[in-house]
Ligand binder design. Sequence first.
Ligand code: NAD
Ligand code: NAD
Lengths: 208, 208
Amino acid sequence: KVPKPTIKRIAMYNRFLTQLKEEGVEKTSSKEIAEALNIKASQVRKDLSYFGEFGKRGVGYNVEKLLSKIHIILGTERVWNIAIVGVGNLGKAISHYPELEKNKFRIVAAFDVDKRKVNSVLLPGVVIKHINELKDEMKKTNFEIAILTVSSNAAQTVTDLLVEAGIKGILNFTPVTLNVSEDVVVENVDFVVSLKTLTYEIISKAGR
Amino acid sequence: KVPKPTIKRIAMYNRFLTQLKEEGVEKTSSKEIAEALNIKASQVRKDLSYFGEFGKRGVGYNVEKLLSKIHIILGTERVWNIAIVGVGNLGKAISHYPELEKNKFRIVAAFDVDKRKVNSVLLPGVVIKHINELKDEMKKTNFEIAILTVSSNAAQTVTDLLVEAGIKGILNFTPVTLNVSEDVVVENVDFVVSLKTLTYEIISKAGR
Ligand SMILES: NC(=O)c1ccc[n+]([C@@H]2O[C@H](COP(=O)([O-])OP(=O)(O)OC[C@H]3O[C@@H](n4cnc5c(N)ncnc54)[C@H](O)[C@@H]3O)[C@@H](O)[C@H]2O)c1
Ligand SMILES: NC(=O)c1ccc[n+]([C@@H]2O[C@H](COP(=O)([O-])OP(=O)(O)OC[C@H]3O[C@@H](n4cnc5c(N)ncnc54)[C@H](O)[C@@H]3O)[C@@H](O)[C@H]2O)c1
């Protein structure tokens, strides 16, 4: 089993390589990738070695080839249909984030319970539906991932609906630990953990 | 130097131990912490070993003691004053997130350029100021961390103002790679990296 930090780093290599490709760069090295992410070059080589042989020692990597291999590893060579569940401040900010479309994550559905929001347009072609229409809408739009941005008190009930409707993955922004069945994957996002990493770095720089 | 994934995990142990303390649990073990985070118990022991001896082998850890040691490691035993810079959808959602106050991160200032938002109240005691008042406001409210949630095209200019005013750390939500001076720490938050980890887990479960 590949450790989770390795997968997270590979997703970051994906972002850096995409930037290189957009700038027309054809070759790169583990040293260059490592410098962009402030890690050691040996870490880059170790991470990639989980997935077979890439590039030749001393010659570096072909950007295009490495990028397409990483897309296959992460499953991001194809489009993923996703739904925003809970269209409050956070749900709205997430749905308009340009990096989603750029990475082939297409928002195809959105849900809420607030009467003022239901039936309004969130994005071109995406009308906010009532949460009770989840099952029908999933069949119609065929989304496999839900971004959960409902208020905390609704998190588990809404998750139960998603699991019952056959969701494959949930990106959970609520501070609630979700209970799901074996076949569903949950990934939690909590920027407070990043804030604590920041405080650690600030006090380390200042010399304890 | 302690690896960054170790610091991230220690921040997550902090969250789990806080939950245990709230439930009145006095003792825990590396096995119990590991299960909550879906990692190996040896990883927990290895992470903590960077910072000296904790708990006795076979006896486990005292929750209260371990929690206070982790607070000292992360620098979270005290209150940190922070500012929200850019009060759009994302800035608003972040400022109302209850986990901030719970973890002693206090929002003391907020900035924007939109005339409709400047001088309005974001939170009790926090009025949104114009970005031009950054320096004066930082002296008055003494914030050390800025949460950057401005539109992408303003990210670097606003960062330059923050660095000049003496900011210590920036939590960057924009997709722009920020240039800062040596003494400033930047931590980037990008949920798209989490989405790619999610797709990896979904295709791994489905068996390639
Ligand atoms: N992880 C993070 O970094 C982070 C940051 C900020 C906020 N949050 C969390 O994200 C969530 C959303 O925050 P927000 O500021 O946008 O809150 P909000 O109150 O603005 O939005 C919540 C939305 O969920 C909807 N909702 C409530 N019950 C529902 C249900 N049963 N089905 C469908 N929709 C329902 C509401 O009508 C509302 O539109 C909260 O749980 C908050 O704690 C997380
Ligand atoms: N990292 C993530 O996970 C994530 C998710 C969603 C959005 N985003 C990013 O976060 C940022 C905010 O997103 P949003 O949806 O809230 O956008 P928004 O347009 O709703 O908010 C941006 C705010 O910044 C203000 N602003 C613009 N220029 C400014 C300046 N010079 N000084 C101070 N304030 C200024 C605007 O007036 C507005 O209020 C964007 O950069 C977006 O790409 C990141």
